[in-house]
Design a protein around this ligand. Structure first.
Ligand SMILES: Cc1ncc(COP(=O)(O)O)c(C=O)c1O
Length: 442
C-alpha cells in the first residue's frame, strides 16, 4: 500500500489540536487572534510555558525559540537575574503613582551606553516612542511633514504607517516612491504628510530631501536591522544630508539596539538627534523609550516652566518594566554581545552554505543577533527586493520547522537569538532547515 503524503499544513493541524481549540475559543472574543502579529495560517500556536531558549505549546511540543517574542527576549525566558529583579520589585509594589528611583537608574544606564543620549523618557511601546519623538521634532522645527523610508516600520500610528508594505503596483518609481497609506481608517491627510525615501540610494535621498527640505521636520530612519542590509555608509550619508539641510534625524533602534552596547548607531558611526528604543529595553515587559539631545528633550521638562510640550502616560516608566529592563541591560556585557553576534554569523553562514549546496534560491542575513531568511535571488538593497521574496515558501518552511522543533518568526523575517543559545542550537537549526527543505520541496 502506498503511504499517503499529507501537506505540511495538514500535518500541523494533526499535531496541534489544542492550539486549534484555543484559537477557536478566542476568535469570537478577540477578533481572531489576540493581535495581528500572532496570526499565521491555519491558526497560531498557543504556548503554555517558556524557559531559557525553549518554548512549550499547549499540545506538549517543545521548540527552540528563534522568535524570542518579536526579538524582545534577548536573555531568553525567565533569566534568573530578571526574575530576581521582578520579584524584588513585586514585593515593593507594582504601580505606586510616583517615581521610585528605578527609572533614574534605568535612564542613567541607557545614557551611559548610548553616546547621543543626553536624556531619555520611557513609554509603553515602540509605537508610543516614535509618536512622541516625532511630535517633539515637529514642535521644535515648527514644520509638519516628515520623511521616512519605503518599507520602514515605526509602529502603528498615522504619521508613520505609510509605505510600510506598499503593493508594488502602487509604489511608484523606485527613486521617488509614492506615499501609500498602510491601514484602513487612517487620516486621509496622513500619506500627504510623508515623503517616502528609498533605502541604500544616497543620490535619490539627497535629491528628494533637497527638493522638500523646506517643509520637512525630520527624517525617521528605521535601519531594518536584521531584515535588510542597510550599508553603514548609506546611514552616514543620511546623517550628512539631514545635517546639511538642518533637519532632525530620528533613528529607530527598537530592533537595532540588539547590535551592541552603544546600539546600531555606534556600529554605523552616526549621531542622530533623537533615538527611539523598545523591545529588549523592557526585559520582556511592554516598553518604549525615546531620547537624545538635551535641548530637544528639555522641552518636555515641566520643572523648567511651561514649554508648550507634554509627555506622560499612566504606565510610562512603570517600576516593573524598569526593574526587568535594568536587569536585562546589566547582563548585556560586551562578551554577551560577542556571543550572540558570533552565533548569528555562524547561523547565517551555515544557512547560506546549505542553500548554495542544495541550489535553493534563498538567503539568510543578520544584523547583530537578529536574522531573516528570504526565498529570493539577487541583491537585497531596497524594500522592493524583499517584496519579491516567495512568502508562500517561507510559510511552508516555517510550518515544517515547527515539526522539527524550531519556532521562528512566521514570516522567517526578524527572527532572533537569545543568550542561552549555544553552537548546538545553531547547528540544530541548520540541520532542521535541510530536513524542512526536503519536506517542502519533496
Ligand atoms: C523598527 C520598529 N520600530 C517600531 C516598532 C513598534 O514597536 P511596538 O510594537 O512596541 O509598538 C517595531 C515593532 O516591531 C519595530 O520593529
Amino acid at each position: 500500500m502506498t503511504e499517503q503524503v499529507i501537506s505540511v499544513e495538514d500535518e500541523y493541524r494533526q499535531r496541534t489540536p489544542h492550539s486549534a481549540e484555543a484559537f477557536q475559543r478566542g476568535r469570537p472574543v478577540t477578533a481572531g487572534p489576540a493581535k495581528g502579529a500572532y496570526f499565521f495560517q491555519p491558526y497560531p500556536l498557543t504556548m503554555a510555558k517558556a524557559r531559557g531558549c525553549m518554548l512549550e505549546d499547549v499540545d506538549g511540543h517543545r521548540y527552540v525559540d528563534f522568535a524570542n517574542h518579536h526579538s524582545t527576549q534577548i536573555l531568553g525566558h525567565n533569566h534568573p537575574k530578571v526574575m530576581e529583579a521582578v520579584r524584588a520589585q513585586l514585593d515593593q509594589g507594582i504601580a505606586l503613582g510616583a517615581p521610585t528611583g528605578i527609572e533614574t537608574d534605568m535612564a542613567a544606564e541607557m545614557c551611559g551606553r548610548v553616546a547621543t543620549l543626553d536624556r531619555v523618557r520611557f513609554v509603553n511601546s515602540g509605537t508610543e516612542a516614535t509618536l512622541h519623538a516625532l511630535r517633539l521634532a515637529r514642535g521644535f522645527s515648527r514644520k509638519s511633514r516628515i520623511a521616512k523610508f519605503e518599507g520602514g516600520y515605526h509602529g502603528s500610528h498615522d504619521a508613520v504607517e505609510v509605505s510600510v508594505f506598499p503593493p508594488l503596483d502602487r509604489a511608484g518609481p523606485m527613486e521617488a516612491p509614492h506615499s501609500v497609506p498602510g491601514a484602513g481608517g487612517m487620516s486621509p491627510h496622513a500619506a500627504g504628510e510623508v515623503l517616502v525615501l528609498p533605502y541604500n540610494d544616497e543620490a535619490a535621498v539627497a535629491r528628494l530631501i533637497e527638493e522638500h527640505a523646506r517643509d520637512l521636520a525630520c527624517v525617521m530612519f528605521d535601519p531594518k536591522a536584521g531584515m535588510l542590509p542597510v550599508r553603514p555608509e548609506f546611514a552616514r550619508a543620511v546623517r550628512e544630508i539631514t545635517r546639511k539641510h538642518g533637519l532632525l534625524l530620528i533613528f529607530d533602534e527598537i530592533v537595532g539596539f540588539r547590535a551592541g552596547r552603544g546600539g546600531l548607531q555606534a556600529e554605523f558611526g552616526i549621531d542622530p538627534d533623537l533615538t527611539c528604543f523598545g523591545k529588549i529595553v523592557g526585559g520582556g515587559f511592554p516598553v518604549g523609550a525615546f531620547g537624545g539631545r538635551a535641548d530637544l528633550m528639555d522641552l518636555l521638562d515641566p520643572s523648567r516652566g511651561p514649554t508648550g510640550f507634554a509627555q506622560s502616560g499612566s504606565f510610562s516608566a512603570n517600576p516593573m518594566t524598569m526593574a526587568a529592563g535594568l536587569a536585562t541591560l546589566r547582563e548585556l556585557t560586551p562578551s554577551a554581545f560577542d556571543h550572540l553576534n558570533g552565533l548569528a554569523d555562524r547561523l547565517t553562514a551555515g544557512l547560506n552554505d546549505l542553500f548554495a549546496r542544495r541550489g535553493v534560491q534563498a538567503q539568510a542575513i543578520h544584523t547583530g543577533s537578529v536574522f531573516s531568511i528570504y526565498f529570493v535571488e539577487g541583491k537585497l538593497e531596497t524594500y522592493r527586493d524583499l517584496a519579491r521574496a516567495d512568502r508562500a515558501m517561507s510559510h511552508q518552511v516555517f510550518l515544517a520547522l515547527l515539526k522539527e522543533g524550531y519556532f521562528l518568526s512566521h514570516t522567517l523575517s526578524m527572527c532572533a537569538l537569545s543568550l542561552p543559545m549555544e553552537v548546538r542550537h545553531i547547528k540544530g537549526l541548520v540541520a532542521a532547515m535541510e530536513r524542512a527543505l526536503d519536506r517542502v520541496l519533496g
